[in-house]
Design a protein around this ligand. Structure first.
Ligand code: ZN
Length: 364
């Protein structure tokens, strides 16, 4: 940057400056192009300056520790998916995570996205863009003209066609390697959900109908199959999400249980009596923010270890920031993951109001 300083990095908060009046480090660092070994770089550089190999390695190790340099297992051009994932690799490496391992993990995943509406269509697209190898998208609905103003994936040509087919076409027009399975099944009960989440590694529940019941059904199916799951919710001012690690964290029913005595049971009872269907007010901007925030939360959980299950996260669209997190525990009276103790009266009333038991489903 200045005559006596070499700066590594271009961001405003991700840089490292070293004093370098003779420019020796500048010349050396320029040789770190991802294609030469540590020894080759030293041999290329050494004739110009007097520096021992040991000192040079110590400096590189120090730079690696602060995320300024990454040691690769092989030259950059030999890494899989090199062209497409070039920036992904460097992003993950830059954040202290093995980029190649992360991309390989994503490629090996099968993720079910249940619901292809406001959040689901963008979440599925972002997962494919991140390199998820296989997606199963499930939604019984047809693209309607009114969807186009906030469901950003769909176009005029898609109107009248099943959402999942339009979404599949859109994803594959960008990510040819992503295998996209589609289903137009409507999930009425746990057996339906089991059929859709079978043989998947992760489930994103982006369904919001019927309220609470849809999430309970998916939660029960994922618990039975021991599949980790993420639940997304939209409201006018905020997005909410939580992640369930089966048998480790509380599940969706545990969260509902904890709110049963705090007015949730009365709210659900009032909503069921009311003669109207609530519509979630949203627009394209909040839809895009919500989807990206949710996928980022998932990355934080799976890759960066900075988010976890058992927490209800909320993102405020007006303040453009996350609110205080609400932790919830496994509930011994939970009808899905507990059953060691009987439910209290509020919980019993709640489970009756949003029952997920139905005929032909022996999974109560
Ligand atoms: Zn539970």
């Amino acid at each position: 940057m200045q005559n006596n300083e070499t700066r590594i990095g271009t961001d405003d908060n991700d840089i490292y400056s070293i004093m370098d009046s003779s420019k020796k480090w500048y010349r050396l660092l320029k040789l770190l192009d991802g294609e030469h070994s540590v020894r080759q770089v030293y041999d290329l550089y050494h004739p110009q300056q007097c520096l021992s190999f040991d000192s040079y390695r110590k400096v590189l190790a120090k730079l690696e520790k602060i995320g300024a340099v990454t040691f690769l297992s092989k030259p950059f051009h030999e890494l899989d998916e090199y062209e497409k994932r070039k920036s992904d690799f460097t992003l993950y490496y830059g954040k202290g995570v093995d980029g190649e391992k992360t991309v390989r993990w994503l490629q090996g995943l099968t993720v079910a996205v249940l619901g292809s509406g406001v959040g689901g269509c963008l979440i599925a697209l972002e997962l494919a863009e991140l390199g998820v190898g296989s997606l199963k998208i499930v939604d019984p609905d047809i693209v309607d003209l009114q969807n186009l103003d906030h469901q950003l994936v769909y176009t005029q040509e898609d109107v009248g066609h099943p959402k999942v087919l339009a979404l599949q076409k859109h994803i594959n027009s960008r990510c040819k390697k992503c295998q996209v399975q589609t289903s137009v099944a409507r999930i009425h009960n746990v057996a339906d959900a089991l059929a859709e989440v079978n043989e998947t590694d992760w489930v994103f529940c982006c369904m919001d109908e019927p309220p609470y019941v849809a999430q309970r059904i998916v939660n029960r199916a994922c618990y039975i199959k021991s599949i980790p799951s993420l639940y997304a919710f939209s409201s006018r001012d905020s997005a909410k999400a939580f992640i369930v690690d089966p048998d480790i964290t509380g599940c969706a029913d545990c969260l509902l249980s904890s709110e049963a005595a705090n007015g949730l049971t009365q709210l659900v009872a009032a909503l069921k009596k009311a003669d109207f269907s609530p519509i979630t007010p949203t627009n394209a901007v909040s839809a895009a923010i919500e989807a990206s925030w949710i996928v980022q939360k998932w990355l934080q959980k799976c890759i960066f270890n900075t988010a976890s299950g058992g927490i209800l996260y909320r993102f405020d669209f007006d303040a453009m920031q996350e609110d205080k997190f609400v932790h919830f525990q496994r509930d011994s009276a939970c009808p899905t993951c507990g059953r060691q103790s009987p439910p209290n009266n509020s919980q019993r009333d709640l489970w009756k109001l949003i029952s997920i038991e139905s005929q032909g489903t022996n999974v109560s």
